[in-house]
Design a protein around this ligand. Structure first.
Ligand SMILES: Cc1ncc(COP(=O)(O)O)c(C=O)c1O
Length: 468
């Protein structure tokens, strides 16, 4: 990246640092405001559950406002801290000369390549791990389902009834884990929110890896359970917390991921299973990024460690990654699945998965099982990417070289610049900025697919080496 002196005699890197410090300070302040209003919201929620609504007026901020006038911050959408954060980021990007890398419009199937504004790019911003989105058999299964059932499932499945394709998909997913049954929801994010939010409550404890996905955090917040994070992948820290806390709660849930979506590493599952057994807790594993990636057959982290699927209480996954469609699932014992089918609000009060999406995912799952060479190639390409980065001294964090590989740039500004420079050289990759990760951990996140060629990867590393 350019480090030339500018008009004011300051090196670009110094100017970047100054601009970034100002940016960070403003973002931190807004983040604090956001949390203040969330805390107030949480207090209001619990007060309204526990006492009469008149007590809501006891907040000093509101009391002050009602005596005089209601401040703008409570009546205007453009005063919401989150919205202001977006404006600060946009302005900061402008000052630093970094064009927004978000909301690019793709004009073709996003796989190893994609088309944006009429130009072809090598693409690292898709979850199309096994190249099944866009596969003719997957697309045909979806269009056949549309011909037979139309485009909508109409209402929730208890109310509007089932389509055989939904049930077939659930059976196939249960088989992947060797468990009794599974349930499919219309969104992966909503699957975590509604499952955790519904099953657990105020007398329960939920422990989660520090890098767990937002959907899990939202579910925990909804549940009202006590939340304790533990250090990333640290089952010993988890064990220590449970030794201290287990006796104070009714149900305890531990949530981890099969492959971590930002860092591309994975937990020592057998150790987590031993901890959960020691402390009589439930264990939930989010397989969003590990299904189709880990294990010779792509069966995920359970195949990687060769463990019995029944050793984990709640298997969760999404249909939007390897399975080439849209939705989420929970797999486990019958009592869990039947319970969720009758009472989980995200299932009971939300539409069933469209038959076309279910058919696409089932076809993708069958292709994954029939063509394990896709998984082997994905592994080779991911390892090639990781090894080349390591040889060139490019920082890939903790990545284990299975599909998700971050390239840590050390600041949001440098991540933004590097992403744009790559784009100019025909490579589409998404930067991850503060506050999604710590500022010094800002990065480009590369999703590797089985369709990436060795030449595309070699070229990409050449560009990275030259530009970092
Ligand atoms: C670990 C993890 N869980 C859940 C989700 C939500 O899935 P979806 O995007 O299919 O709603 C994601 C999304 O990327 C994820 O990375």
């Amino acid at each position: 990246m350019s480090n030339h002196k500018n008009l004011f005699g300051l090196k670009q890197s110094v100017k970047d640092k100054l601009a970034q410090k100002v940016l960070e300070k403003r973002l931190k302040q807004l983040e604090k405001n956001k949390h203040t209003s969330e805390t107030h919201q949480a207090n209001s929620d619990s007060e309204s559950r526990n006492a009469s609504s008149s007590r809501l007026g006891t907040s000093p901020r509101i009391a002050h406002a009602t005596k005089h006038h209601i401040a703008d911050e409570f009546t205007r959408f453009d005063q919401f801290p989150g919205y202001q954060q977006i404006q600060v980021l946009a302005k900061g990007g402008e000052q630093l000369g970094i064009a927004s890398p978000f909301f690019k419009t793709h004009e073709s199937v996003a796989r190893n390549t994609t088309q944006i504004a009429g130009k072809d790019y090598i693409n690292y911003a898709s979850y199309n791990y096994l190249d099944l989105c866009g596969h003719p058999r997957v697309s045909k299964a979806a269009s056949d389902a549309i011909t037979q059932y139309g485009t909508s499932a109409s209402a929730s499945r208890p109310v509007a009834g089932e389509r055989p394709i939904q049930q077939e998909l659930e059976r196939a997913l249960a088989n992947i884990y060797g468990v009794d049954d599974s349930i499919v929801f219309v969104s992966g994010h909503a699957t975590n929110v509604t499952t955790i939010g519904y099953l657990f409550g105020r007398k329960d404890l939920i422990l989660h890896d520090a890098l767990i996905h937002n959907s899990v955090l939202q579910g925990i917040q909804l549940s009202g359970a006590k939340r304790i994070p533990f250090e990333h992948n640290d089952w010993q820290a988890l064990d220590t917390i449970l030794s201290r806390e287990r006796g104070n709660f009714e149900r305890v849930l531990i949530v981890i991921e099969g492959i971590y979506s930002m860092d591309g590493d994975f937990p020592d599952l057998p150790q987590f299973i031993a901890v959960k057994q020691r402390h009589n807790a439930f264990l939930m594993v989010d397989e969003a990024h590990s299904l189709g990636v880990l294990g010779k057959k792509g069966l995920g982290i359970r195949e990687h460690f060769d463990i019995d699927g029944k050793a984990v209480d709640i298997w969760m996954g999404t249909l939007s990654k390897t399975l080439a469609s849209c939705g989420g699932y929970i797999a486990g014992e019958s009592a869990l699945i039947e319970h969720l089918k009758y009472y989980a609000p995200g299932f009971l009060y939300s539409v069933g998965i469209p038959p076309s999406a279910a058919a696409a995912s089932l076809a993708a799952l069958n292709l994954m099982l029939a063509e394990p060479e896709r998984i082997a190639i994905l592994k080779q390409r991911s390892q090639q990417f990781l090894t080349l980065c390591q040889q060139k001294g490019i920082d890939t964090g903790h990545s284990a070289g299975f599909s998700v590989i971050p390239v840590i740039t050390g600041s949001s500004a440098s991540a933004g610049r590097l992403a744009n420079t790559c784009f100019d050289q025909g490579i589409n990759v998404q930067p991850i900025f503060y506050p999604a990760v710590q500022e010094k951990m800002a990065r480009l996140r590369f999703f590797i697919c089985s369709s990436h060629t060795q030449e595309q990867i070699t070229y990409t590393i050449e560009v990275l080496e030259k530009e970092i």
